[in-house]
Design a protein around this ligand. Sequence first.
Ligand code: PLP
Length: 416
Amino acid sequence: MTALDIQRIRADFPILKREVHGRPLVYFDNAATTQKPQAVIDALVEYYSTYNANIHRGIHALAEEATARYEATRQSVADFIGAPSADCIVFTRNTTESINLVAHAWGRKNLQPGDEIVLSAMEHHSDIVPWQLLAQATGARLRVLGIDDEGRLLSDDIERLIGEKTKLVAVTQMSNVLGTINPVEQIAELAHQQGALMLVDAAQSIPHMPVDVQALGADFVVFSAHKMLGPTGVGVLYAPRDLLEEMDPFLTGGEMIRRVTYEDSSWNDVPWKFEAGTPNIGDVCAFSASLDYLSDLGMENVRAHEIDLVTVAMRRLSQIEGVTIYGPRNPEDRGGVVAFNLDDVHPHDLATVLDQHGVAIRAGHHCAQPLMGRLDVVATARASFYVYNSEEELDALVEGIEAAARLFRAPVPTRA
Ligand code: PLP
């Protein structure tokens, strides 16, 4: 059983005390964004009430303190993901911006007509659209790794599609719909054998399991603070320093320059070359508190807790007549996400009934429309778990689904 003390953890999250429609809140929409512990809220308040200042430019105490705390978070991020140094960490607004940064700053410089970018059939739109635009701009072509009926990448496709034309492989480590955990280490190795680079979308993995970016062997790793107890508005791009140095700037203007004339400009050192303008200082500083919180829990424990929850959730959902669960059947092969459908009930209707029971889930295409096509559905419901969720909360989920089944699937009375 889990090593996490769920009741103690829950006490750290003020929002979990609230009710929704007169029922205790059951928050199962963690793949979209997570709730924040008091320590993160306090860190934000502390920034704005004691050391709010712009960074890297002021010669006064507040500016120096804000700069030191902002840069200390960069080191905390590096430590959390096993990066060799803080200058491999670029702060962006979110995973989406980190991927766009790579597409512009690396992609436009390095791709040519005929080159190939390999994605997978389970990518989030943010790991599709930037590559599509890049392909249109450079004459490169997208190739897509298929999945089997349990939502696992086809190993034949991995062997077949990653070849000498491949310049970049961009694959999610954990699907936000299927929960599938992909063998990104092996894929990175294959990519490197072909001289290609590897980008790992870790938006759903770094918040939920131990990840060491050097062991992954990936060239780019991207994720968002808001999915790991941190504030919104902070994303991360990890890349080795020499790769960042070779890349062109992305956004340009203040802070990212060394010298500017009307004729020409030169760039700041990495990572600041990629952080144009005033960054999201308060949120970056508060992100540190969420990293400390997760480190104290232990990422192995977070992962074990989610396997426990998913095991029970899958068992209980599969006992409800008419429920189809997507993704790998073995809970060990998936993250803390269960996407499902209830026969004859649109996921939006299901989510509305669950909301009436105080249960927050997501319903829709989950920013993965091509995957919905592969699953042959327009949408699914999705319950996604985190450190403060308990097995007891699954009762409310099951009750809500059964209520929706009664409401929408009741036989329509016929006239005599
Ligand atoms: N990639 C995956 C796998 C995701 O689940 C998400 C968000 O749900 C993203 C990328 C985009 O993250 P953000 O909206 O923080 O940019």
